[in-house]
Design a protein around this ligand. Structure first.
Ligand code: BES
Ligand code: MN
Ligand code: ZN
Length: 492
């Protein structure tokens, strides 16, 4: 079972822990930074032989063992101006690893001379929680390398200000961790109905949640979305989440997520290798749900709507076939060439519905849409496609700040031409060339000129490898990025 981490703040001065970490900036005297700790350990800074070589450079660490099992670790932070905010997030992640390695379950951290603002300390706290996360609910025994229950006290100059910053940033961490939980959950546990029930829990935070069932979707004409679900025994759901923290009547920001709880490929069935990863094909919907949780928890001053399309893509006697033609809610007819190109069929109706009902300021959709984006960008960047340069620029900036990076890809009439169909208006699959671009062109047919961006997160939503702030299969990509976008540009 997952262990808990509790993070609290305290003033500088008194330290009650056997293990203490001290952040020290380059060339600042750590003796000053943690005077009380030196007293507590019975060691004076000048007496430690290794001290002379410690300059406080970023990444430098000095460990000192004192009387009674006391341990002090001094961590260099370089020159204060050299660390961007997200450098502190990484520092929090790396601190968690160091704490876990000491096996201590109660530690003090002194952050004084390192030039950290309350926002920077909040990033450190975020990094601690993000790195501490484990999805081990199905493990009968905790693995040796998993961190145990932890109690961390951050000693800072202004605890009240840091508490406020931690609560604010922590809301977004909650969202990222919810996204990870949803993506890591196997599809036998998390079907469309169960996912919708998890989203419905946001009502406790003041989010207005509506769940649309197949009958309602049928009435709306969402044949494109419904045809994906028709091979599965589990019925589709569309969930609409509204957070109205902004001015009454102000048009909302809209986020739309692909929520394929499992993608077998359908009749165009996928090969067996790595098919288990397709439990994560709802990564877009998970990010939207996590984002909504974060915004509501921190009571963001903005109106936002989140729409997720939840289906399971299965082969059966009821499945949609290659060659079938369906009519989307927009009236566009679609020839289903490949039943494995199902994400765009789901988003076609989710996007059209969202702009039609909410007239949003913009729509951003997230989707684990194409294997081709993994070929192009690997696991480092998600693909960004947009019909609006201002929105694209803002997203690229938010990605750099949140360290969830995007790379812009092109859209153009010549690519749009490729999705024309012999029998219907458009087809859902073209050849291999420009596979993620033709998928994006397909989506653009359903945005009706609203400022829009599509994030293809197939390479970043899961299986991207470990980093300083994540050791889980699913990093919760997109939540921090979109929260940053909203904070920086759309809150009053
Ligand atoms: N969910 C997949 C895309 C995917 C692949 C996500 C690997 C994450 C990792 C999507 O539904 C899909 O199957 N796309 C096809 C489209 C093709 C049939 C046009 C693909 O990328 O091969
Ligand atoms: Mn597919
Ligand atoms: Zn898929």
């Amino acid at each position: 079972m997952s262990q808990t981490i509790s993070i609290r703040t305290a003033p500088l001065g008194e330290v009650h822990a056997t293990t203490t970490f001290i952040y020290a900036a380059e060339d600042a005297a750590p003796a000053g930074a943690g005077a009380s700790v030196w007293a507590a350990t019975g060691l004076a800074w000048q007496e430690t032989s290794a001290a002379a070589s410690f300059k406080g450079k970023q990444g430098q660490a000095l460990e000192i063992l004192g009387a009674g099992g006391k341990r002090v670790v001094v961590l260099g932070t370089g020159k204060p101006a050299d660390t961007p905010l997200n450098g502190w997030t990484d520092r929090g992640g790396s601190l968690l690893a160091k704490v876990a390695a000491t096996r201590a379950n109660k530690v003090a951290v002194i952050i004084d001379e390192a030039g950290a603002s309350p926002a920077a300390v909040a990033e450190l706290a975020a990094g601690l929680r993000l790195r501490h996360y484990r999805f081990d609910k199905y493990k009968s025994a905790r693995s040796d390398d998993a961190p145990g229950a932890l109690d961390v006290t951050l000693h800072v100059a202004d605890p009240a200000a840091v508490d406020r910053a931690i609560a604010d940033r922590g809301a977004t961490v909650d969202g990222t961790l919810l996204a990870r939980d949803l993506i890591n959950e196997p599809a036998n546990v998390l079907g469309p109905v169960e996912f919708a029930a998890r989203a419905a829990e946001l009502a406790k935070l003041g989010v207005e949640v509506e769940i649309l069932e197949p009958e309602a979707l049928e009435k709306l004409g969402m044949r494109s979305l419904l045809c994906v679900a028709q091979g599965s025994d589990r019925p589709a759901r569309v969930v609409v989440m509204q957070w109205n923290g902004g001015r009454a009547g102000e048009a909302p920001l809209a986020f739309v997520g692909k929520g394929v709880v499992f993608d077998t490929g359908g009749i165009s069935i996928k090969p067996a290798a790595s098919m288990e990863d397709m439990k994560g094909d709802m990564g877009g919907a998970a990010a939207v749900t996590g984002l909504m949780l974060g915004l509501a928890t921190r009571k963001a001053a903005v109106n936002v709507v989140g729409v997720i399309g939840l289906v399971e893509n299965m082969p059966s006697g009821k499945s949609v076939r290659p060659g079938d033609i369906v009519k989307a809610m927009s009236g566009t007819t679609i020839e289903v060439i490949n039943t494995d190109a199902e994400g765009r069929l789901v988003l076609a109706d989710a996007l059209w519905y969202t702009q039609d009902r909410f007239k949003p300021r913009f729509m951003i959709n997230l989707a684990t849409l194409t294997g081709a984006i993994v070929v192009a960008l690997g696991h480092e960047h998600a693909g960004l496609f947009s019909n609006n340069d201002e929105l694209a620029t803002r997203l690229l900036g938010a990605g750099l700040s949140a360290n969830e990076k995007l790379w812009r890809m092109p859209l153009a009439p010549a690519y749009d031409k490729l999705i024309e169909s012999k029998f219907a208006d458009i087809r859902n699959s073209v050849g291999r060339p420009a596979g993620s671009i033709t998928a994006a062109q397909f989506l653009q047919r359903f945005v009706n000129d609203v400022p829009w961006a599509h994030l293809d997160i197939a390479g970043t939503a899961f299986g991207a490898g470990n980093n300083e702030v994540n050791t889980s299969w699913a990093p919760g990509f997109g939540v921090a990025l979109l929260d940053r976008l909203v904070r920086d540009h759309y809150e009053q």
